[in-house]
Design a protein around this ligand. Structure first.
Ligand SMILES: [Zn+2]
Length: 310
């Protein structure tokens, strides 16, 4: 079963990314006859999404809104393909990301620099979204799904186009990547830090912003709901800075990228094993947020910072 019912009006569709359950999800919201998605996943898992909707008994023609937390391929990549087939759906996206959903050339070029030949196999098709299907959201805007109200909060740090969605009544936050990555059944929280936008200060403030909402549940895209909110957020912000403290001195002594990636891999995998006692967890975390990308994000961040202070 790819669909997990979380409560009356909320299900989690497992997109079974690269054949592995529990790595990328999309949330299906249903209230008073209206249906919406929070996240839609990459183009490569569009069929899994459609199968999940069918399993949940919802026709894709009945999805009126697609809310994405940010425009990275694993969260928003399938939006254009979905909307081409089901043009009633409106895409909700932050103003910094919206232009790239309409004209994705730069976004795809940037992703190709990271993924190279793996772009197609990993992420599939990314079609532009027609401008008339794009709803640009601004900070603290409210969005309704039936009688349910979600408030959007701008949460940069992972990306400059990142938002979270807060359901105050149900005390839930859909965190995208702002609360980092954690797989079901594990306590380990791993920060996804891709180039080019990583900003540690902004991310720390975004995590505080989520904490102030005092949610009972963090609904992660990678993957699923977690209720030990304070501990989780503490570990997210703590590891974000701890890894900076590992990578910064390596850069300063002139270590090359492969050595830095190797060191972080050793350290990170040891942390996962210590926490989970399960080597199987290592691959899942790596699929959700690979070390190479993590290191590239920090390297670019440090470079930008040193250029700014020079
Ligand atoms: Zn992600």
């Amino acid at each position: 079963m790819a669909v997990r019912r979380l409560d009356g009006g909320l299900s989690l569709i497992d997109l079974n990314f690269q054949g592995r359950p529990g790595v990328i999800g999309a949330y299906l919201l249903e209230d008073a006859g209206e249906h919406a998605l929070v996240e839609i996943g990459p183009g490569s898992t569009l069929d899994a999404l459609l199968n999940g909707l069918e399993e949940a008994g919802v026709a894709p023609e009945d999805i009126s809104k697609i809310l994405v937390t940010h425009i990275h391929l694993d969260h928003a990549g399938a939006a254009g393909s979905f909307i081409r087939r089901f043009p009633q759906a409106q895409l909700y996206v932050h103003e910094n990301g919206a232009p790239h959903m309409v004209n994705p050339e730069k976004l795809l070029a940037s992703a190709t620099r990271i993924y190279g030949d793996m772009m197609g196999p990993l992420w599939g098709e990314f079609l532009p979204v027609p401008e008339e299907n794009v709803h640009v959201i601004s900070d603290e805007e409210t969005i309704t799904v039936g009688n349910r109200t979600l408030t959007e909060y701008y949460t940069p740090g992972h990306a400059w186009h990142h938002v979270v969605y807060h359901d105050a009544e149900r005390e839930q936050v859909f965190t995208g990547d702002a609360a980092a990555v954690r797989l079901q059944g594990y306590g380990y929280v791993r920060p996804p830090t891709p180039p080019p936008d990583l900003d540690l200060e902004a991310w720390g403030e975004s995590i505080e912003r989520i904490r102030h909402l005092q949610p009972a549940s963090l609904n992660l895209t990678h993957f699923g709901p977690f209720t030990d909110v304070d501990r989780h957020l503490q570990e997210a912000s703590g590891r974000l800075l701890a890894w900076a403290d590992v990578i910064r001195p390596a850069v300063e002594i002139g270590q090359d990228r492969p050595a830095i990636v190797d060191n972080l891999t050793l350290r990170g995998d040891a942390e996962i094993l210590q926490e989970s006692r399960d080597a199987g967890a290592i691959l899942g975390y790596e699929l959700a947020t690979p070390y190479g990308m993590t290191v590239d994000g920090y390297l670019r961040y440090f470079r930008k910072r040193s250029q700014a202070s020079a």
